[in-house]
Design a binder for this molecule. Structure first.
Ligand SMILES: [Zn+2]
Length: 576
């Protein structure tokens, strides 16, 4: 049973047990009031006694029930937190804010105020009556619907822009972070991620310090460490902006926020995990409005480029891109879609998740909770009469069957498969249960690809090739010339040596490049698939049509000075 005279400690407990004390208190006041008149007198009495108590506590008094509340200020504190803390933000200018509280010494109230202070707010505490807080909470709750839609916290471009000139060197960041508020600090980190083209920023707490690592061009780099004190403020700010629960630290949470930089919106997906030294965060940066790169810009060249350009003009059939996670498969699919994206073509995609937004393309995203997965989604997409369908991945027979049927009935179907080499896609589809009489006519082109880092043009030097490297080149190129007699493949005298400078964040590399193997399914190969021929026969037929393997493509690109042998070995090592 709840009564009006709970002590502070009890109240917090009741709040926990009874889904927030606002409702409990309401039912309590229902019991003690019998008419509106009595409640009016009661109310005036309560406000007067609160005013007196404020004087005793030397705090300003606020009649919060009569104060207009701004829904935007309410976003500064989660409804659930406001309810537990019995705290209402009612005024804010810049970093100065005023809050109404019922009990300033309540632990929930204190921790909510501390959380706000950690975000850099100067919090002015005002005393309000219990009934006033109840009224305000009621209003607060009514704004929730609106808040759910507006779940993305936008950071103004102006605020972000100020930090662009602050960043000259990443190693100066920790000092800068110690001089500014947490909000400014996170803005600075966002700009740092943008300027270095980082795809992810990792915050990894250790004893007494926190290691910050940026994933740039697919590789993680430790960029600096910050001390635990500064980190705790930054961590609060990350949680606040991405709408995570501030007071929850022991279970993983997911969140998201959006900021604008150089007119481009970037969504940041945030995931937290608890560690013995505090919460660790991984922030994935998903910039929108990026132009889909052309196949040439991605690094397709020579025979591979020609085959893929030709595939981009087909009127029906399946184009598959294969490779491990992080090999740039979807980027290649977006480039092909870019070629197919004309007013005459209706293009629909089903992705998990949507990575770029393309004008003129209807993009949809897998949503398992609505039973919208690759298999069911593909079937409903086909009812929308598309010319081209891109589907994120084929990983089950249902999807494979629908995809093959679609490509046999006048559609172009683009998708990805997890296989090491291009030709492995054929037995993979057959093993999934797709009959070879469907695989053979459906398949048009298969691409296998890897990503290697490009050398930084600002600091790269070249050095003479060693004897063992020369031997490697000669073996690879001799074999390549046997299959493709016309191909230009010269063993270089010198190859790239990487160093590191400001432009490449001291990694020696800048940007990435595709290594590709493109196989066109010729009529001879279709017959072999129908006959369930061995992979040796399939490889021989592909070789006859001219094919450059991933490793050969890598060596050609090292010979051109675009990347290094180390990168090619790293990217192709699983091939054996
Ligand atoms: Zn460099």
């Amino acid at each position: 049973m709840v009564n009006q005279d709970l002590t502070t400690g009890d109240k917090a407990q009741v709040a926990d047990q009874a889904q927030g004390s606002a409702e409990s208190k309401k039912s309590a006041s229902k019991m003690v009031t019998t008419s509106t008149a009595v409640s009016q007198v009661n109310r005036e009495f309560q406000e007067k006694s609160t005013l007196k108590r404020a004087g005793d506590l030397e705090l300003p008094y606020i009649n919060i029930a009569k104060t207009p509340l701004n829904a935007d200020f309410l976003k500064l504190v989660d409804y659930e937190d406001a309810q537990k803390a019995r705290l209402i933000p009612f005024f804010r200018v810049g970093k100065k804010m005023r809050v109404a509280v019922e009990e300033p010494e309540d632990p929930e109230t204190k921790s909510t105020i501390e959380a706000l202070q950690k975000q850099g707010y100067e919090v002015n505490v005002n005393l309000a009556s219990s009934a006033g807080i109840d009224d305000a909470l009621k209003f607060y709750k009514s704004t929730q619907k609106y808040k759910k839609i507006e779940i993305i916290e936008k950071v103004e471009e102006g605020a972000i822009k100020t930090y662009e000139k602050e960043i000259t060197q990443l190693k100066d960041l920790p000092k800068k972070l110690s001089e500014i508020t947490a909000e400014e600090g996170l803005n600075l980190l966002n700009v740092a991620a943008m300027k270095t083209h980082a795809s992810d920023v990792h915050y990894e707490p250790e004893e007494g310090r926190v290691v910050v690592r940026f994933r740039i061009d697919g590789v993680l780099h430790e960029v600096f460490t910050i001390d635990a004190g500064i980190y705790s403020k930054i961590a609060e700010q990350i949680k606040y902006q991405s709408k995570m629960k501030l007071n929850v630290v022991s279970i993983p949470q997911d969140g998201r926020y959006v900021f604008v930089f150089n007119k481009n919106k970037t969504a940041v997906r945030v995931a937290s995990i608890p560690t013995p030294y505090g919460e660790s965060f991984v922030c994935r940066y998903l910039p929108s409005g990026r132009k889909a790169l052309t196949l040439e810009e991605l690094g397709f060249q020579g025979l591979a480029l020609k085959k893929l350009q030709k595939a981009s003009t087909i009127s029906q059939g399946m184009i598959l891109v294969t490779g491990p996670t992080g090999s740039g498969k979807s980027t290649t699919l977006y480039s092909i879609l870019g070629i197919m994206n004309t007013p005459e073509n209706k293009i629909i995609t089903l992705e998990d998740p949507v990575e770029y937004y393309m004008k003129g393309v209807t993009q949809s995203q897998v949503d398992e909770s609505r039973d919208y997965n690759f298999a069911t989604g593909l079937r409903s997409i086909l009812r929308h009469d598309p010319d081209v369908v891109m589907i994120g991945e084929i990983r089950d027979i249902e999807t494979a069957e629908t995809a093959a049927q679609a490509s046999l009935t006048g559609h172009i179907l683009l998708s990805t498969l997890h296989t090491n080499s291009a030709l492995e896609a054929i037995p993979r589809l057959v093993n999934m249960g797709l009959p070879s009489f469907m695989v053979a006519p459906a398949l048009n082109t298969i691409v296998a690809q890897r990503l290697v880092r490009k050398v930084c043009p600002k600091c790269v030097t070249s050095e003479p090739i060693s004897k063992s490297e020369e031997k490697e080149f000669s073996e690879i190129f001799e074999n390549l010339k046997k299959v493709n007699p016309g191909i230009e493949a010269q063993i270089p005298d010198k190859i790239a040596k990487v160093h590191g400078c400001d432009a490449c964040s001291n990694t020696g590399y800048l940007g990435r490049l595709v290594l590709a193997e493109v196989v066109t399914i010729t009529s001879e190969m279709k017959q072999l698939i129908l006959d369930n021929a061995s992979s040796v026969d399939l490889i021989a037929a592909a070789r006859k049509d001219g094919i450059i393997t991933l490793r050969e493509d890598g060596f050609l690109k090292v010979a051109q000075g675009l990347t290094t042998l180390e990168e090619v070995h790293r990217a192709t090592s699983v091939l054996g």
